[in-house]
Design a protein around this ligand. Structure first.
Ligand code: ZN
Length: 405
């Protein structure tokens, strides 16, 4: 590593340690990080000057002067997160521990013109700043979770089928209008970062975050950093083949993981099997709803103990387990965090089926050692995840806040 990279790296290690384990003494920091005393003194001095950490209370001493303890100052700066969707968008302004100061959900009314959409977002962000009464200069950055293929370094949406956009430099436009550093990423990656900073992924160097909803996607954290891959295409676990002659996927292939484990797969199985189980409570629900059934309904009946619904949820969990075991065999993470609305609602039944399959299909690693954890961010909030994109700014001295890492 180049010297400037080492100092950025050390700064971020130290800040994360104080944030997660503070109040903490300088001596304890030295023990836990192996950083030299002069390095710690210098970094602590910088972080205090920026207001990101503060001295608090006095710790125990083993003789001599009693040490001041250091703790993270969550109110020193603020972050803004935006979820951009074609039906609705959400914007939030939070402190550095993601406590909301202001939140707004706006209906997009299917507007797709670039200017109009960006103006709506700008108006919403300005509204959050005004309502929370924070100084614009204290906002570290803005993160936006966007749909489509991206060039995150350049802040460009390369292609968004949902909006019909091509090459929209959304981050630049917003940064120029508001004078605040702006970052973009996909919803899945934003949520993965959120788990890494605040959720089940805290302190884990290598993990995958698998989101199971209407589709399936994954974010990968390798050595503490988000891995994007060539053309930022990493993590498309939903389109890995698990059953070659399986159901047709929207990508054009057959038997992709998401056709077998995501929300719509529950509905498809229910409709296919219900005639063989006319006495199941799932059949009652189908009749009551005049032939319409949703994934939520299948999950609900499974939770009530209907055997057909349970079998369907467990089968989806089993296929998810195949996909996750493949991921583990390739990438050897310490943990896999599983979230998204299907996983959240189906809970234990789904996760246990996945765990069982993973246990049987992981090869080199001892499966007991790999933690399969539910996501801790229950409301599945992409806006909050996106806000954490702005936390990248914490790794570098704030006076150089325009430098991207
Ligand atoms: Zn597919």
């Amino acid at each position: 590593m180049k010297p400037e990279h080492i100092s950025v790296h050390n700064r971020s290690i130290l800040l994360e340690l104080i944030r997660r384990q503070g109040p903490i003494s300088r001596a304890e920091i030295a023990r836990k990080t192996n950083l030299s005393a002069p390095s710690i003194t210098r970094i602590v001095k910088d972080l205090m000057a920026e207001g990101l950490i503060k001295e608090t209370g006095i710790g125990d001493s083993s003789g001599g002067r009693k040490p001041y303890l250091l703790e993270f100052n969550a109110n020193a700066k603020y972050i803004v997160g935006v979820e951009l969707g074609e039906t609705y968008s959400v914007s939030v302004l939070t402190d550095l521990e993601i406590n909301y100061l202001s939140r707004e959900k706006i209906a997009m009314k299917m507007i797709a013109e670039v200017d109009k959409v960006i103006n709506l977002l700008l108006e919403s962000i300005r509204g959050r700043i005004k309502q929370s009464k924070v100084d614009k200069g204290d906002i570290l950055g803005i993160g936006i979770g966007v749909p489509g293929t991206l060039d995150t370094q350049a802040g460009i949406i390369k292609f968004s089928p949902n909006f019909g956009w091509k090459n929209v430099p959304i981050a630049q436009i917003i940064e120029k209008e508001l004078g605040i550093s702006t970052f973009i990423d996909t919803g899945v990656r934003a949520m993965t970062l959120c788990e890494r900073w605040f959720g089940a992924g805290q302190g884990i160097k290598n993990f995958a975050c698998v989101i199971v909803g209407t589709g399936i996607g994954a974010g990968l954290i390798i050595n503490g950093n988000l891995y994007r891959g060539f053309e930022e295409a990493a993590g498309e676990i939903g389109h890995t083949t698990v059953l070659p002659e399986g159901p047709k996927c929207k990508c054009g292939n057959r038997g992709c993981l998401e056709t077998l484990a995501a929300g719509p797969s529950l509905v498809r199985r229910a409709l296919a099997r219900i005639s063989e189980h006319p006495n199941s409570s799932l059949a009652d629900v189908l009749n009551k709803n005049k032939g319409n059934i949703t994934a939520d309904m299948v999950i609900e009946e499974a939770k009530r103990g209907d055997s057909l619904a349970s079998e369907i949820v467990q089968e989806a969990g089993h296929y998810l387990g195949i996909g996750v075991a493949n991921l583990i065999n390739i990438f050897a993470p310490e943990a896999v965090i599983i979230g998204g609305w299907v996983a959240e609602q189906a809970g234990k039944l789904f996760l246990e089926a996945a765990r069982e399959t993973i246990k049987n299909r992981v090869f080199m690693l001892s499966p007991e050692k790999i933690r399969i954890l539910p996501a801790s961010l229950k409301d599945n909030d992409v806006a909050i995840g996106a806000a954490t994109l702005a936390l990248q700014q914490l790794s570098i001295p704030l006076s150089k806040a325009t430098v991207r890492i």
